[in-house]
Write a protein that binds this ligand. Structure first.
Ligand SMILES: Cc1cc2nc3c(=O)[nH]c(=O)nc-3n(C[C@H](O)[C@H](O)[C@H](O)COP(=O)(O)O)c2cc1C
Length: 347
């Protein structure tokens, strides 16, 4: 077979950096905090920093969810480079003295993107987090195998929770966590800071265009976050008819260890899973509520995760998505190396 020709180098280094960052900002992040900054020094490399000023101080004291979010941005940088025909060289947490320096990605060698990389890349801007129920139709064959492989390729595991008893236990953990979080004033105030009112001009946080106005019950029930906080915000249901709606296939994203490097790995795996699902025509709902409550996280680790460290509950299914999200402009997060604004703020 004749190898696919490498496309000619059409872009300058500066254009490549801007292209890569413009795509990376569309990675998912907890409460759409977008806890990242990027720096570039004019050479063929981009540096990803965690912006600790955007960490959820109450919900995420260790910065685990912040690093997962940065990991998702890192995967997107790598994929963007592949889509341009470059081979990314990645160093994760290259300097122990600078824990906010998440990764350095450089590129020199070229090789044309393959068909699958191009497909994944075409979903970066359109993939959306789903919130609510799914259609009852089963996933296309091989979807779950593709998602498990996606996690494994990034050094993480997607553990499908298949039997009814374990699914009920997983849903109960989400319910218990959500109940507990709704009683916690500090948590509610933090959530309020990341849930702008409809019509807000903000380019971060969870907009009212991205969650349903009415919780969709499923069996078992995985409650969503209370983004509307009693204001009645959110997308009205498409139809008032109550058709049979499904919870989807549930699973846990896990890594073998629980250090910052594992969190970054979990984030890269998450974005590969989400884009693979999107490329298979499926949508994914994310629940991190029980992972933010230490005793529930421990319960999930010992009872449903074979002692691997769980990071997120995922539900996967088919649905027509209507959610719209927002992002800050790449120009607001990309700085020349040494620029004061690029210094990670203390967490
Ligand atoms: C670590 C992490 C935890 C998340 N937890 C939740 C969650 O508990 N509930 C939820 O609805 N979305 C959750 N999300 C999804 C984000 O809210 C979502 O990525 C963000 O609002 C941007 O929207 P988009 O993914 O549609 O682009 C999480 C994402 C990450 C990376």
């Amino acid at each position: 077979m004749t190898p696919e020709p490498v496309t000619p180098e059409p872009m300058t280094t500066e254009e490549i950096v801007r292209y890569v960052v413009a795509r990376a900002v569309w990675a998912p992040s907890v409460h759409n905090t977008q806890p990242w900054r990027f720096t570039a020094d004019g050479g063929p490399r981009v540096i990803l920093h965690a912006d600790a000023g955007r960490r959820l101080a109450v919900a995420d004291p260790d910065g685990r969810e912040m690093m997962i979010s940065c990991g998702a941005a890192l995967f997107t940088i790598r994929l963007a480079l592949r889509s341009l025909g470059y081979i990314p060289e990645t160093r994760v947490l290259p300097d122990p003295a600078q824990p906010a320096l998440v990764a350095e990605v450089s590129w020199r060698e070229r090789a044309a993107a393959d068909e699958f990389e191009r497909r994944l890349s075409s979903h970066v801007l359109t993939r959306r987090t789903h919130r609510g129920a799914f259609d009852p139709e089963p996933l296309p064959p091989d979807t779950l195998a593709a998602l498990r492989t996606a996690a494994a390729r990034e050094g993480a595991a997607l553990r499908i929770v298949a039997d009814d008893g374990r699914r009920a236990a997983l849903a109960a953990a989400v319910q218990t966590a959500e109940h507990q979080l709704r009683q916690d004033g500090e948590r509610l105030r933090e959530l309020a800071r990341w849930t702008p009112a409809p019509g807000s001009a903000r380019r971060d946080g969870v907009p009212a265009t991205s969650y349903p106005a009415r919780a969709e019950r499923t069996q078992p029930y995985y409650p969503g976050r209370d983004f509307a906080r009693g204001h009645g915000w959110g997308v009205p249901p498409l139809s008032l008819a109550t058709s049979h709606r499904a919870a989807g296939v549930a699973g846990l994203l896990a890594t073998t260890a629980d250090r910052p490097a594992d969190w970054v790995q979990a984030g890269q795996a998450l974005q590969r899973i989400l884009l693979t699902a999107s490329a298979c025509g499926a949508a994914v709902a994310l629940h991190s509520q029980p992972l933010e409550v230490p005793w529930l996280r421990e319960f999930l680790r010992t009872q449903l995760s074979d002692a691997a460290c769980p990071h997120l509950v995922l539900r996967i299914g088919l649905v027509t998505q209507v959610a719209l999200s927002v992002r800050r402009d790449p120009g607001d997060v990309l700085f020349p190396t040494g620029d004061d604004r690029a210094d990670a703020s203390p967490g």
